[in-house]
Design a protein around this ligand. Structure first.
Ligand code: HEC
Ligand code: HEC
Length: 463
């Protein structure tokens, strides 16, 4: 930031930084954007495997009764006919078997849309527990102003129903030319009568209205226990029905320890409380954590292209400025992304907004050593390489695990990284039981991710 702000106004903790460091960044930026692929960097030395005790499998909670609207929403969500060309459903990119986020056949950290070899610009943010997301706004706490909430990595949409219209028409996702063509496909589907039963016989006459109703049905489905079942081993542990292994317990302590992982300072949780909102593993805050640039994203071939989260390009900036507290500049939020819930994280195929990581252990290693060994992540320049110089100061550095230096070493040892990883694996939900039998039996039975074989990369079955 060129203009220093008065110290009396609230400011982001992430802005507290040394100007020496900023100057160093300026000097080093010429090398910062480089064709460097961390995934190809030498792996850390292997750690000896540790014995793992298997804890008893939890019993999934009883399924609450589902509404006709939710059932309809589920059909639409899973319908692979609703893309252009056909073959891609919402579920193709938000499959429960892969942590409610799926690259739809892509291997580059961002999903493939309905057209072969046409890729998006961001990783899929999972949609489990999304219904707990507050509308976008700003939170002032301990003198810091943080953006909070909203759907998508940049919080640009407030409700699930608003969100659900987008993917159908997005050229890089389901690629329909307009709402009317989506509605026509639904009118020709084998669940068209469910649409008329729920919304009335005239529903297909006005395609704008019908499209809105389609999105409302999907949103209703996204609040069901198919997407938020609170049925993980961790949930069983919190409610006293299961124990964590010693390794998992150690991982949880490191996750919570303010001097070690300090993960829980952002990914909020409380093992002593069992309210649904007590353990979402996010408070929906947006932060710049300095994720390395994913050179495999086609848009990143252009060195001047940057995904700045809150500052665009997906999110229109004028809309943001209207919300920002007067004392804070919008610029201090450039490069921040919404923190996803870590529930079901171990099953995902790629991590972070740009899908840079394809291995969860690497994510934990990154947290542990981003500041003690920056060259490992950013290449020889050792400088965060996925945002312009002007915004580097927005990156969080003021707390563990990001407050380390090369001389103080990583925040977590290799063994501790393994323990945190073991803990993260306790956050995977079991698929909820099918809803109470009302009407025809479901075409697809619920899959238990603990016992099911890995799903094929193919599209979900047509219902
Ligand atoms: C081709 C892959 C793809 C398809 C198909 C797709 N999505 Fe997504 N979804 C994404 C990506 C990528 C994001 C993140 C985009 C961003 O942040 O800008 C996302 C984000 C979301 C979110 C935000 C979750 C949160 O908590 O912030 C929801 C909800 C969602 N999608 C629901 C849907 C629905 C409903 C459909 C079908 C109508 C759908 N998606 C189809 C890729 C896909
Ligand atoms: C300063 C707040 C903060 C702290 C501390 C923090 N995280 Fe995060 N975490 C985030 C944000 C923000 C993102 C999304 C960043 C992005 O994509 O640009 C994220 C993303 C993640 C993801 C990827 C999730 C996904 O679905 O892609 C994992 C895994 C994760 N964090 C684990 C951890 C662990 C483990 C720790 C502790 C060692 C930790 N985090 C500490 C804010 C934080």
């Amino acid at each position: 930031m060129k203009t220093p702000r008065p110290c009396t106004v609230p400011h982001r903790s992430t802005m507290r930084r040394s100007s020496t460091l900023a100057a160093a960044w300026v000097l080093m930026i010429s090398n910062a954007i480089l064709q460097f692929d961390v995934l190809a960097a030498p792996p850390p030395p292997p750690t000896p495997p540790k014995p793992v005790t298997l804890a008893p499998q939890p019993i999934p909670p009883a399924a609450p009764v589902r509404t006709a609207l939710q059932d309809l929403g589920e059909k639409i969500f899973n319908d692979t006919n609703l893309s252009e060309p056909r073959g891609t459903a919402c579920a193709s990119c938000h499959s429960p078997n892969t942590g409610f986020s799926n690259l739809n056949g892509s291997r580059i950290g961002v999903p493939q849309g309905s057209r072969l070899n046409v890729f998006g610009t961001r990783n899929v943010i999972h949609n489990s527990y999304s219904s707990f997301t507050p509308a976008f706004g700003f939170r002032v706490r301990d003198g810091d102003v943080d953006p909070v909430g909203g759907l998508f990595w940049d919080g640009r949409v407030d409700t699930l129903a608003q969100q659900a219209q987008g993917p159908f028409l997005a050229p890089l996702e389901m690629n329909n030319k307009d709402a009317a063509s989506v509605v026509a496909k639904i009118a020709a589907s084998n669940y068209a009568t469910q649409m008329t039963a729920v919304f009335g016989a005239d529903i297909f006459k006005d395609s704008t209205k019908a499209f809105q109703r389609v999105a409302e049905a999907i949103a209703a489905y996204e609040t069901t226990n198919k997407l938020q079942s609170f049925s993980s081993r961790y949930d069983q542990f919190v409610s006293g029905k299961a124990q964590l292994t010693p390794i998992e317990t150690s991982g949880m302590k490191l996750f919570m320890d303010p001097q070690k992982g300090n993960c829980a300072s952002c990914h909020t949780m409380n093992p002593k409380a069992s309210g649904p909102k007590d353990n979402l593993f996010t408070d929906f805050g947006h932060y710049a954590t300095g994720i390395p640039r994913n050179m495999a994203i086609p848009a990143n071939a252009n060195p001047s292209y940057f995904d700045l989260g809150l500052c665009g390009p997906e999110r229109p900036r004028p809309a943001l400025s209207a919300n920002v507290p007067v004392s804070v500049s919008v610029e201090s939020f450039c490069g921040t992304f919404k923190m996803p819930s870590l529930r079901n994280v171990a099953q995902r195929q790629a991590f972070m907004h740009n899908g840079f990581f394809n291995n969860l252990r690497d994510v934990v290693s990154f947290y542990a050593s981003r500041n003690s060994d920056p060259k490992r992540w950013y290449g020889p320049a050792g400088v965060a390489n996925d945002l312009p110089i002007a915004y580097k100061a927005n990156i969080v550095t003021d707390r563990a695990p990001f407050n380390r230096t090369p001389s103080s070493g990583p925040a977590l040892t290799e063994r501790e990284i393994d323990d945190v990883l073991a803990f993260l694996k306790t956050l995977s939900d079991q698929a909820p039981p099918p809803p109470p039998a009302a009407g025809p039996a479901p075409a697809q039975v619920a899959i238990n991710p603990f016992t099911a074989p890995p799903p094929p990369p193919a599209k979900p079955p047509v219902r």
